[in-house]
Design a protein around this ligand. Structure first.
Ligand code: ACO
Length: 129
């Protein structure tokens, strides 16, 4: 799993108890996962279809640096299934896990469309000279 995005926890990200607000974290994850799906499916028209159980494993606090990891676990006909883990960048302590985030590839008509992808591609394979 690659941990691309790092976040520095700031006062506006906290809940009234002084720990990272779950809603802020879920917003970051949805965007990170959508970008991952867009890149893997090579299509800007993808939507979040389904998110499985969210396990808030431990809290993060102000000034912590966290990192968001996403990987593809399954390529369907029109969908892609991702797994997510968020951890503390320094200690690697797990903060959150989501086993399944399903994104659907849409055509120009806004309906599910076959994406034709079957495996993860990497930046070095995608970047053209
Ligand atoms: C990044 C964002 O924030 S996007 C904003 C939030 N998301 C949205 O607004 C999406 C709203 N939902 C929709 O528009 C519709 O549900 C659509 C277009 C995504 C899908 O419509 P559906 O009628 O469910 O399509 P369909 O039945 O053909 O399923 C499409 C794919 O999703 C999969 N799927 C459908 N329901 C589920 C589910 N509950 N769990 C997991 N996968 C599912 C199907 O298996 C299929 O995948 P496959 O082709 O790889 O086998």
């Amino acid at each position: 799993m690659n941990f691309h995005t790092r976040k520095w926890i700031k006062p506006e990200d906290l809940n009234p108890n002084g720990t990272l607000f779950g809603g802020s974290l879920l917003k970051w994850i949805d965007e990170e996962a959508a970008i991952y799906a867009i890149v893997q499916l090579d299509n800007q028209r993808v939507v979040t279809k389904f998110i499985s159980e969210i396990n808030f494993v431990s809290s993060a606090r102000q000034s912590d640096i966290i990192e968001l990891g996403i990987t593809a676990t399954d390529f369907g006909r029109t969908s892609i299934t991702l797994r997510c883990e968020v951890r503390n960048k320094v200690t690697h302590k797990s903060i959150l896990t989501i086993d399944k985030l399903v994104f659907v590839n849409l055509g120009e008509d806004g309906l599910p469309a076959a994406h034709g992808k079957t495996a993860i591609t990497y930046a070095k394979d995608r970047v053209q000279d």
